[in-house]
Structures are given as structure tokens and as C-alpha cells.
Design a protein around this ligand. Structure first.
Ligand SMILES: [Ca+2]
Length: 643
């Protein structure tokens, strides 16, 4: 049992007289305390109570009393002087009375060198304790890696701190383990805590300080408290679970991706499209675009090879279109070979497969269509059977393109024919009695002076054969043996004229006494009958006929007569058509006249008279290809109506 008293004020705080009075009272109070102790022993069964009663007390008012708080007494028995001693500076009885000792408070220590109580140093903690023991001097360093954060006076381990990113394991402070984060704090509390990152996440290294340093690896993202694989058609860059690691990014529109993509470049662009400027767009014309990741083929259109084209959105090399007239050889295009044709087509199909030309046709290199294929000479393209067929009889078939003449046999001209398989006009045969007139490009009746057997245009069909001299052939005549002497074609009229005539008469006023046809006008000098007039003298004649001028050009006529004569290039005596005037009485005299004449028929009129004695009338000519000579009977065209 102890008496409660208010703690005494410090002696030095009191005035001197008062202090003396109090010392006197204290002497009385601090007397030996055995009696009281013995009394106390009788009333307390506790031996400790008996022991404690031996110290920390003093006699007060003849009774034994405990030392006040912050005073102590070590006296165990009466020695004549008894008193309580104040605790040294910095120590206390921790509020207890009757203490036999003083204590250093936690957070301070008793410096043995200075004998003074000092605050516990930085980075240590001091539990304090009984000044009579070593405990009062204890200075315990914070564990390795911990500190008091610059503060002195640490009382316990709680005053030591682990910094953020480190953790106290009960022995020392080390880096926060990888996969955890450590906020740091007092070693008695938060400093011991390493918080594991959520499932599937970790930290980049040891020493993480905060949850935000927990990361998911690329290809994963943090959701619902754990890492999960990045979903399809998205990508996940990973990172802090409180930042990018918690996000999924959609692959660009029209791209796709299996789960687990870690970056934009792993999004896959479908074939026929490409990734440009942040968007998926159609593969451009004349390129092709295979499917691939953005970071690979998906953003790399490939140019269509030379000699090919491609439409917008082409998906592969095989879809490129080989140009018409070219073909794909496996690595490049080449000109379509001869005897094949090559329409435009994909590399995967017709673009790689030249088509052989049909039988009896051919093609030049670079042909692009069946229409360009050429049907061989002697054949034509029969559309119904889609094949080259032998050119039919009475047609001819030069080589030609199927799209043009090769599909159209050409009918032979009139009055010609052909055998099957004719390849050219030259092989066409001109019918008997005709010849091929190149100038008019037609079969014409055989000329008057020729015979014409069937023959090809390229041969004798264009060359009428001349009849033997003095004979004529003409239309329908096919053999030399059929050529005949011409029918007399010059119409002769004979007139009786008076004796003493000296010049040609006016025939219009006369009437012929005889008319007949004669072969030509060529009667040399005679003293007998004049021509076939039946008279020797005083006779006149008019010869009319039509000359067949064989060749156009300048023709010279020679008219010799005894006596007078005239030659007109007309049937009637047209003064404008007078070519030769050989009139008057004279012996055989020749007069010439020239004219430019067209080929073919030309009417001629010759007037003549014989007065007496010798007589002659002779017509000669000279012209292109014809030397001076009498005009032959064959030069006259028979016309029964002439004259
Ligand atoms: Ca005469």
C-alpha cells in the first residue's frame, strides 16, 4: 500500500528559505525505514513486496514512505542516513513511486563517455532501460538498408524505415523482389510488406515501388485483376497495369489478327488490300497485294510484272493479267510465239498458256487473238465448223486473217473457174475462148486475131495466142486450127465516070453500078481491070471499112494511087476527117498522113478514080509495133452493115 502524493517540485525552483525548510522536512521524512518495512512485511505475504520495501522508501512522519516519482532510493536497511535521490537528467522512474532505480526512456541512451542521456542517434533505435544495467546504453543500428529517415530519437525498430522499392525480411532490407512492389515504411509495419503483382503480371526488375510498376507483357492486357491474352483483331502493347497494359487497341478497320498480337505491325492486312497512311485501302492498279502483317507484306504492294496489268484490289501475282500478245513463262512475260495466239488473261490461267493455232493456219509472233491467226493460202476459215477448210471450186483463197479475208473465199471472176484449193487469182483459170485482160481485171472474149484455150491467169490465160498469119480467131476460138481467113470486110462501091475526068467526082450525086466486099485495099499497078470493078478505065470506087487499130499511138498511112485518091478517117466524106489528099491525074504517087489513134475500131473511107492507062490503089500503114506494110485483110473488122 502506497500513499499518493503530488510529485515534488524541483528543489532549484524554490526560494532558498523554502528549500531549507523542505530539506529539514526531507531529513525527517528520509529516515531509515526498517520499522515500516517490517510492518509492511507482516501485512504482505509477498517476498518481493518485502524486498521492495527495503528500497525506495524513507521515514516520513516516523513512518516508512515510498520515494516519490522520479526519485529513487537504493538503501536497503537503516544506516543512519536515509533519503530519496532525484533521477539523473534524462531519466525517470517512468512515473512510479517508491522506485529503487531510474530509467532511460526509449529513444534515448546513456552515453557512457559523457555520463549523459542523449537522444538515440540517427539510423538507430534505443530501447532505453534501467540505468543500473547495460540496457540504458543500448544503441541498436537500424538493419542494413534501413534508416530513420534522418530523425534521431528512435525508440524501437518501428523508427527504422525501408524506402519504397525495398522490403524488410526480418533480418535486413533488400530490393523488393521482382514480381512485387514495395511501398516502403516502418520496419515494424509497411516496410515488411512486398505486395505481389496480380496474376500474370510482373515487374521489369527488382525494386518496384508501386503497383503501377506491375506490367503485362506485350500481347497481353490487364483486366479483371489478371493478365489475359490480347483478344482477336486487336493488339496489346503491354506495360503498366495502370496504364497502357490495361488497354487493347483495335487493329485497323478491315484488318484482322489472331489473339496475342503485341503491336500494330502484327495486324494482318487481307489479300487485295494494303496499309497506307494509317488505313487499309484497296491494292492500287497495276500492283498486287498478298495478305500479310502490316510490318511485313501487308504494307508492301508489289508492282505487276512488265507485260502485265492488274485491276484495283488484285490479290496475288497469279491474278495479274498478261497483256494480249504476250505469255507468262514462269518468271516474266514474253512475246507470244509464232503459231500460237495469246489473248490477255491471268497468269494463273490463259495468261500462261498460249493457244496453238488450228490446222492449216499460222500466226506471226505476238498474235493476241484467233482473229489474228492467218488461214493458209488455199484454205478459208469455216466459222460453222470453226476450222480451216479447203477453198472450194470456183473460189480462190489467199492467206488472210480469220477476222478478215481468211474467212471469205473469193468467187472467181466471170468466165473463169478454179479447182478446189486455189490460193490466188493467178491460179484461177480463164475459160476457153476468153483471156484475162489485166487492164480491166476481167476475163474478156478472145481478141480477133488470137485463140484462147483455158489457162490460168498467171500463165497463158493472160496471153491470147496469135492466130497464124492471115487468119483470125476471136471470141470462142480455142485452137490455132480454128483460126480462119477473115471474111472480106471492106465495102467497095464502083461507079462509072465520064471520059476525061481529072479529079474525084461528087460520089453523092452518083449511083454505084456494083457493090461488094473486098479483103483489103491493095491493088498494085495494072493496065487491066481495076480491082474487081470489072472496068479498066473511067471507073471510080469508094472503099469503106472499120480498121482494128491494134495499139494506141501515132499511125502513119501511106496512100498510093494512079490516078487520084483521098483518105478520110470517117465513113462519110467529112472534110474535117480528111487525112490524105492524093487527088488529080497522075501516075502511081504515094501521099502519107499521120494521126494519133486510140486502140480499137476506126472508120476509114477511101475514094479513088482511074481515068485511063495504068491504074493502082494501095493502102499501107506503120505504127506502134507494126513496120510499114500493106494494111492486111486481118486488120479490117467485118461489119455486114458497113457501107
Ligand atoms: Ca491511070
Amino acid at each position: 500500500m502506497q500513499h499518493q502524493r503530488p510529485p515534488a517540485a524541483h528543489p532549484r525552483q524554490r526560494p532558498l528559505l523554502l528549500r531549507r525548510r523542505q530539506r529539514s522536512r526531507r531529513r525527517r521524512r528520509h529516515r531509515p525505514c526498517l520499522a515500516a518495512a517490517a510492518a509492511a512485511a507482516k501485512t504482505s505475504p509477498s517476498s518481493s513486496s518485502v524486498a521492495s520495501s527495503k528500497k525506495g522508501g524513507a521515514i516520513v512522519n516516523r513512518a516508512c514512505a515510498p520515494c516519490a516519482a522520479d526519485f529513487y532510493s537504493t538503501i536497503a536497511r537503516a544506516v543512519g542516513v536515509s533519503r530519496c535521490t532525484a533521477c539523473a537528467a534524462g531519466t525517470s522512474t517512468n512515473g512510479a513511486t517508491g522506485s529503487a532505480t531510474c530509467f532511460v526512456a526509449a529513444g534515448a541512451f546513456l552515453n557512457a563517455a559523457t555520463k549523459k542521456v542523449e537522444p538515440c542517434p540517427v539510423d538507430s533505435h534505443c530501447p532505453g532501460g534501467d540505468v543500473a544495467t547495460a540496457a540504458a546504453s543500448q544503441r541498436i543500428p537500424c538493419p542494413n538498408g534501413a534508416s530513420t529517415r534522418g530523425q534521431a530519437g528512435g525508440a524501437s525498430l518501428a523508427a527504422c524505415f525501408a524506402e519504397a522499392g525495398s522490403v524488410y525480411d526480418g533480418a535486413s532490407v533488400g530490393p523488393c523482389p521482382r514480381g512485387s512492389w514495395c511501398a516502403g515504411g516502418s520496419l515494424a509495419g509497411a516496410g515488411k510488406a512486398a505486395t505481389a503483382c496480380p496474376p500474370g503480371t510482373t515487374t521489369a526488375s527488382t525494386g518496384a515501388t508501386a503497383r503501377a510498376q506491375c506490367t503485362v507483357q506485350p500481347g497481353y492486357y490487364f483486366a479483371a485483376g489478371a493478365a489475359a491474352q490480347c483478344p482477336a483483331d486487336s493488339y496489346c502493347v503491354g506495360g503498366s497495369i495502370e496504364g497502357s497494359g490495361s488497354q487493347t487497341q483495335a487493329c485497323p478497320t478491315n484488318s484482322f489478327r489472331a489473339p496475342g498480337a503485341a503491336r500494330l505491325g502484327q495486324c494482318v492486312i487481307p489479300a487485295g488490300k494494303t496499309y497506307v497512311g494509317g488505313a487499309v485501302v484497296d491494292c492500287p492498279r497495276n500492283f498486287y497485294c498478298v495478305s500479310g502483317a502490316i510490318e511485313a507484306a501487308g504494307s508492301a504492294p508489289v508492282a505487276a510484272p512488265a507485260g502485265t496489268t492488274s485491276a484495283v484490289g488484285t490479290r496475288s501475282l497469279q491474278d495479274c493479267i498478261v497483256d494480249a500478245g504476250r505469255t507468262w513463262t514462269g518468271s516474266a512475260t514474253a512475246t507470244c510465239p509464232a503459231n500460237f495466239y495469246c489473248p490477255a488473261g491471268p497468269i494463273s490461267g490463259s495468261g500462261s498458256t498460249p493457244t496453238a493455232v488450228p490446222a492449216n493456219t499460222r500466226s506471226d509472233p505476238g498474235a493476241s487473238s484467233l482473229g489474228q491467226v492467218r488461214v493458209l493460202a488455199g484454205y478459208y476459215w469455216d466459222a460453222a465448223s470453226a476450222a480451216a477448210a479447203t477453198c472450194p471450186a470456183n473460189f480462190y483463197c489467199p492467206e488472210g486473217a480469220i477476222s478478215g479475208s481468211g474467212s471469205t473465199p473469193t468467187a472467181v471472176p466471170a468466165n473463169t473457174r478454179s479447182d478446189p484449193g486455189a490460193s490466188s487469182l493467178g491460179q484461177v483459170r480463164v475459160l476457153d475462148g476468153y483471156y484475162w485482160d489485166a487492164a480491166s481485171a476481167a476475163a474478156a472474149p478472145c481478141p480477133r486475131l488470137a485463140f484462147c484455150a483455158e489457162a490460168p491467169i498467171s500463165g497463158l490465160g493472160s496471153s491470147p495466142q496469135t492466130c497464124p498469119a492471115g487468119t483470125v480467131g476471136g471470141p470462142g476460138i480455142t485452137r490455132a486450127a480454128d483460126c480462119v481467113a477473115p471474111t472480106p470486110a471492106v465495102h467497095a462501091s464502083y461507079y462509072a465516070i465520064p471520059s476525061g475526068t481529072t479529079a474525084l467526082p461528087d460520089f453523092a450525086a452518083l449511083t454505084p453500078y456494083a457493090q461488094r466486099f473486098v479483103a483489103t485495099v491493095y491493088y498494085p499497078v495494072t493496065l487491066g481491070l481495076v480491082a474487081d470493078s470489072g472496068r479498066s478505065d473511067n471507073v471510080a470506087a469508094v472503099f469503106t471499112g472499120t480498121l482494128d487499130i491494134p495499139t494506141a499511138g501515132s499511125w502513119t498511112f501511106f496512100l498510093a494511087s494512079d490516078d487520084g485518091s483521098k483518105m478520110y478517117l470517117s465513113a462519110l466524106p467529112d472534110p474535117a476527117a480528111l487525112l490524105i489528099n492524093n487527088d488529080g491525074l497522075h501516075g502511081t504517087t504515094e501521099v502519107r498522113g499521120a494521126a494519133t489513134l486510140a486502140k480499137g475500131a476506126k472508120q476509114v473511107r477511101i475514094e479513088f478514080f482511074e481515068a485511063g492507062s495504068a491504074a493502082s490503089i494501095m493502102l499501107l500503114w506503120e505504127g506502134p509495133g507494126v513496120s510499114r506494110q500493106p494494111v492486111p485483110a486481118t486488120a479490117w473488122i467485118y461489119d455486114p452493115h458497113s457501107g
